[in-house]
Design a protein. Structure first.
Length: 308
């Protein structure tokens, strides 16, 4: 691997690790917000998508003053692709995940969402884009076992949820796989700021038809509540999704989805140190397995680049 390719992969690793970490921490902050202000999930989803989308599109305009923010809307084909990504990718990931949590619990919802690497590899096998390698098998095994132990602490009773929670959780995994795969073709034509920004804005507009962001009284919000909300919008949504998508410039969808398992890891760690939730022995083992997966992908980056 030449020095330039190695540098690009390092950038990709940093982006996806930061994105997944912000996503996980944002989830913990959202839980704190729900507990403190009893905020409705649908309102938070529509608000965070709208605000984060506007911020990303604005950031693109500031950094690319001579470029139009409407570049993907100039042809029907590109407009259709962007709308499809916004609804079946961005909005679907948000909504299905929240539905699985509301019916079941966050452990099952997150565990099912991280079936995404399996769906991505199945897609590659079916379409004959690549063959399943031993490295793929090891990475997926470490991810799934690590995530299971991290979220359940080894107790199968944690997974006892209604069938509809499983249904929405599997849809969440499929949505995450689609989100990761479909973004690649869009990134080949358009800047990641625009792709993610417009997808959030469109998803937020559609969600606002059912949960209006303006229908809430913020006058009694404490300064800490405002800070939590802004953190969720800026770090837990805007930067989290942007960094994750931007990493696809440098890594394969398979690697990006596997490294995304840092989301539940950071969520559990912040819950332990901030919300004072107990951390069990099996969760520690799960953490070590996820870290081993990251180290494994890093050590074998030369083989990964050829596969990508």
């Amino acid at each position: 691997m030449n020095q330039s390719a190695q540098k690009n992969r390092t950038i990709g690793f940093i982006l996806v690790i930061l994105g997944a970490s912000f996503w996980g921490i944002g989830g913990t902050v959202a839980q704190k917000l729900f507990q403190q202000e009893n905020i409705e999930v649908g309102w938070l989803v529509s608000s965070r998508l709208l605000l984060a989308g506007i911020l990303l599109i604005t950031a693109y305009k500031i950094t690319h003053r001579k470029e139009s923010i409407f570049v993907m809307w100039r042809t029907k084909h590109n407009a259709f692709r962007q709308i499809l990504f916004s609804l079946l990718g961005m909005l679907a990931v948000q909504y299905t995940y929240m539905m699985s949590i509301s019916i079941g619990n966050s452990a099952v919802a997150t565990l099912l969402q991280y079936l995404a690497p399996l769906f991505i590899m199945a897609y590659y096998l079916i379409t004959k884009h690549s063959q399943l390698t031993r490295q793929d098998g090891i990475a997926v095994t470490l991810t799934l076992i690590g995530t299971f132990l991290l979220l359940t602490n080894g107790s199968l009773s944690t997974l006892s949820v209604p069938s509809m929670a499983v249904f929405w959780g599997i849809l969440s995994g499929l949505s995450a796989a689609f989100y990761t795969l479909y973004a690649v073709s869009l990134l080949q034509q358009f800047h990641s700021l625009l792709v993610v920004g417009w997808s959030m804005f469109i998803g937020g507009i559609v969600m606002s038809l059912f949960h209006q962001p303006w229908q809430i009284d913020m006058s009694n919000w404490a300064s800490s509540t405002i800070a939590y909300f802004l953190f969720i919008v800026v770090f837990g949504t805007m930067l989290a999704f942007w960094f994750y998508i931007a990493s696809l410039h440098f890594l394969s969808p398979k690697e990006t989805s596997l490294l995304g398992s840092l989301e539940p890891l950071t969520a559990v760690i912040t819950s332990v140190f901030w919300l004072k939730i107990a951390f069990g022995g099996f969760q520690f083992i799960g953490t070590m397995l996820i870290l081993c997966m990251i180290l494994y992908l890093t050590v074998f980056q030369k083989k990964n680049s050829r596969m990508a």
